[in-house]
Design a protein around this ligand. Structure first.
Ligand code: HEC
Length: 151
C-alpha cells in the first residue's frame, strides 16, 4: 500500500464513519417518528374502542331493560335496531304514546340527543320518562346506536 492509497483509504474510512453517524441519527429520527406513530396508533384505537365499550355498556345498563336491538323484539319500549333514520313511533307493534307517534321526529344523532337529554321536555306526554343528563354518555350511546343500524 503506498501513501496515496493509505490516504484514500483513510478518507474512505472517515467518510464511512460520517455516513455511519448520519445513518445513526437518521435511524434515531426514524425510531423517534416510529415511536410517535406507534404511540398514536396505540392511543387512537384505544380511545375509539373505549367509546364503543362505554356506549355498549351504557346502553345495556340504562336502556337495555326496556329496549332490545333485535328487530321485532319490543319490550316496554320499541326495539332500537336501525333507529337512526327512522320515523319516531313507527315500529310495528311498538307500544307508543300518541305524543311520540304524532311528534313528527325523525331520529338522527341530533334529535336523539335532544330527546335523550330530557324526553318529557322534548316530547311532552311521552311514556319514556328516563333521560341521560350527561352529554358525553348520550354521545357514546348514540354512537353505539348508529352502529346498530345494520343489525
Ligand atoms: C323504563 C323503560 C325505558 C328505558 C330505561 C328507556 N326507554 Fe326509551 N322508550 C321507552 C318507551 C316506553 C318508549 C316509547 C315512548 C313513547 O311512545 O312515548 C321509548 C322510546 C324510545 C325511543 C323512540 C323510539 C321510536 O321508535 O320512536 C328511543 C330512540 C329511545 N326510547 C331510546 C332510549 C335510550 C337510548 C335509552 C337509554 C338511555 C332508553 N330509551 C331508555 C322506555 C324506556
Amino acid at each position: 500500500m503506498n501513501r496515496s492509497q493509505a490516504t484514500k483509504g483513510n478518507h474512505i474510512i472517515s467518510a464511512g464513519v460520517a455516513a455511519a453517524s448520519l445513518t445513526t441519527s437518521v435511524t434515531r429520527a426514524r425510531a423517534f417518528v416510529a415511536g410517535l406513530l406507534a404511540a398514536a396508533g396505540l392511543l387512537l384505537p384505544a380511545a375509539a374502542s373505549a367509546q364503543q365499550v362505554d356506549g355498549e355498556r351504557l346502553f345495556r345498563q340504562r336502556c337495555g331493560t326496556c329496549h332490545s336491538l333485535e328487530p321485532g323484539q319490543n319490550r316496554v319500549g320499541p326495539h332500537l335496531s336501525g333507529v337512526i333514520g327512522r320515523m319516531a313511533g313507527s315500529v310495528e307493534d311498538g307500544r307508543y304514546s300518541a305524543a311520540l307517534r304524532e311528534s313528527g321526529i325523525v331520529w338522527d344523532s341530533q334529535s336523539l340527543d335532544a330527546f335523550l337529554a330530557a324526553p318529557r321536555q322534548r316530547v311532552p306526554g311521552t311514556s319514556m320518562t328516563v333521560g341521560v343528563p350527561n352529554a358525553a354518555q348520550r354521545a357514546a350511546i348514540i354512537v353505539y346506536l348508529e352502529g346498530a343500524v345494520t343489525r
